[in-house]
Design a protein around this ligand. Structure first.
Ligand code: NAP
Length: 494
């Protein structure tokens, strides 16, 4: 069994406490490796290394920083299959989706490598004669990157690549459930030529390592992806400990709206992919279908028929459509929601129980589950379940569908199936989510556009695209007066 270590100041080191924990395959309980269980003393060293490295990394010309990322992207591409296979074993998603996770990391790494030669600022006319006005981006400093397990390669890359190309340094605390992928990603950054201290990796729990990062005065920004509960805590701590900048990407309760004029066969494909892909464990997963009443019964039958045929199993097998949940606690949590749905009076159409026959008993599997006659005020229609549970909510009009979509605390992704361009554009305008799809499911974001959500899905920042540069940099506005005399803005030119 392979043993992994923290990466601090360019060296692979044990946690000071010597404590260790294991990484487990959720499909079958296989032990994949051992990682350190670090504490605040390891965080101390990692932050000190990142602070020291920041002094020189911020002065490395951005095109050079971009070249290192370009090499990292090339190595990611070469090792894609190896990473994807480990990803399926450590996190559970089926192999084609694991390849997609790695591909997303490759895409953002190339994209941000290109930013080495862009990072545009503004040069604008000054209002006074003989005066120059421009703005440039500057790095923020040391960024703590705290990530979840559901996209263990893509999400850390979304955060680290823009941070690095802008000249920041990083302390990375990955999710406890997917440490090996984190080690592989950092190995690649090391091989690509990142100087010591620019990226540091500290394994350990949110309570110990995460908390220490939130409190540390040497951390300038926390970039966090996880649940709303954790996000509120992170934001509070960051406010109390030095008013750190904080970027939050939190939960979702995403809906697909199906209107009566929709191509139902197309909608069916989008619904199945969005609801049961990654076993429903995506922040953009579809967990609500808001359907016009006249086609509700037909769509319900189509979904039930197809979802019943989805095959559960180890994500490495070609025959598997749906992999395991991340661990047994997740199975219990999903099942609690199913019980709540029953008690609330929703009609269970399919699933509703863990899957334990044969080989499945070794892993954390839950049957694809569909509820019909769900009312928008039910808990299963409002709270993030993060599992393969879909609620069908009947409505009468497009306006009602949009109102139901917008009524939850989350606002990440939404979709509408219709063939009427007027209704499509009305929905594009009125759906209050950070991502809107027309005639496609709620998942499948591309890295060149901003990623994030309205309301409690975040705190206004965005990942990916040009928007990520705003999250991980400061703006500096510069005025050069070459008139040789005092010129007073807003006064002398009136
Ligand atoms: P989580 O429990 O909030 O954990 C996320 C990360 O925060 C983990 O690394 C965790 O460490 C750490 N953490 C936990 N408590 C902490 C604390 N007190 N201080 C500092 N760090 C702490 O979320 P999860 O279960 O891993 O992920 C699922 C959630 O993420 C869902 O709500 C999903 O919607 C959301 N998500 C959002 C996006 C997006 O872009 N909007 C993308 C993916 C996922 P441990 O692993 O050690 O607990």
């Amino acid at each position: 069994m392979k043993s992994y270590r923290n990466y601090i100041n360019g060296r692979w080191v044990e946690a000071k406490s010597g404590r260790r924990t294991q990484s487990i395959n959720p499909a079958n309980g296989e032990v994949l490796g051992e990682v350190p269980l670090s504490g605040p003393e390891d965080v101390e060293e990692a932050v000190a290394a990142a602070r020291e490295a920041f002094r020189s990394w911020r002065l490395v010309p951005a095109p050079k920083r971009g070249e290192i990322l370009y090499r990292a992207a090339e190595i990611l591409r070469e090792r894609k299959e190896e990473l994807a296979r480990m990803l399926t074993r450590e996190m559970g998603k089926v192999l084609p989706e694991a390849r997609g996770d790695v591909q997303e990391a490759i895409d953002i790494t190339y994209y941000m490598a290109g930013e080495g030669r862009r990072q545009f600022g503004h040069t604008v006319p000054a209002e006074l004669p003989n005066k120059w006005a421009m703005s440039v981006r500057e790095p923020i400093g040391v960024i703590a990157v705290i990530t979840p397990w559901n996209f263990p390669v893509a999400i850390p890359s979304w955060k680290m690549m823009p941070s690095l190309v802008l000249g920041n340094t990083v302390v990375f605390k990955p999710a406890s459930d997917t440490p090996i992928l984190a080690a592989m990603l950092v190995e690649i950054l090391e091989e690509a030529g990142l100087p010591p201290g620019v990226v540091n990796l500290v394994f350990g729990s949110g309570e110990e390592v995460g908390e220490a990062l939130l409190r540390h005065p040497g951390v300038d920004m926390v970039s966090f992806t996880g649940s709303v509960e954790s996000g509120v805590h992170v934001a509070t701590m960051c406010a109390q400990h030095g008013l750190k900048r904080v970027s939050l990407e939190l939960g979702g309760k995403n809906a697909i709206i199906v209107l009566e004029d929709a191509n139902l066969d197309l909608a069916l494909e989008g619904i199945l992919w969005s609801a049961f892909g990654t076993t429903g464990q995506r922040c953009t997963a579809c967990s609500r279908v808001i359907v016009q009443r006249s086609v509700a019964k037909k769509l319900e039958e189509m979904i039930a028929e197809r979802a019943a045929r989805l095959r559960l199993g180890d994500g490495l097998l070609e025959t598997t459509d749906v992999g395991p949940l991340i661990h047994r606690r997740a199975v219990e949590r999903v099942h609690r929601y199913v019980e709540i749905g029953r008690q609330e009076g929703a009609r269970l159409v399919l699933g509703g129980e863990p899957a334990q026959e044969g080989e499945l008993a070794k892993g954390s599997f839950y049957r694809p589950t569909v509820f019909a006659d769900v009312r928008p005020d039910m808990r299963i229609a409002r709270e993030e379940i993060f599992g393969p549970v879909l609620s069908l909510i009947p409505v009468d009009t497009l306006e009602e569908a949009i109102q139901v979509n917008n009524s939850v605390q989350y606002g990440l992704s939404s979709a509408i199936y219709t063939q009427d361009v007027n209704r499509a554009f009305t929905a594009i305008r009125d759906l209050a989510t950070g991502i809107v799809y027309v005639n496609a499911g709620t998942i499948g974001a591309e890295i060149q556009l901003p990623f994030g959500g309205y309301r409690n899905t975040g705190n206004g920042h965005r990942e990916a695209g040009q928007a990520a540069l705003d999250a991980y940099s400061e703006w500096k506005s510069i005025y050069v007066d070459y008139s040789g005399r005092l010129q007073r803005a807003q006064i002398d030119n009136q």
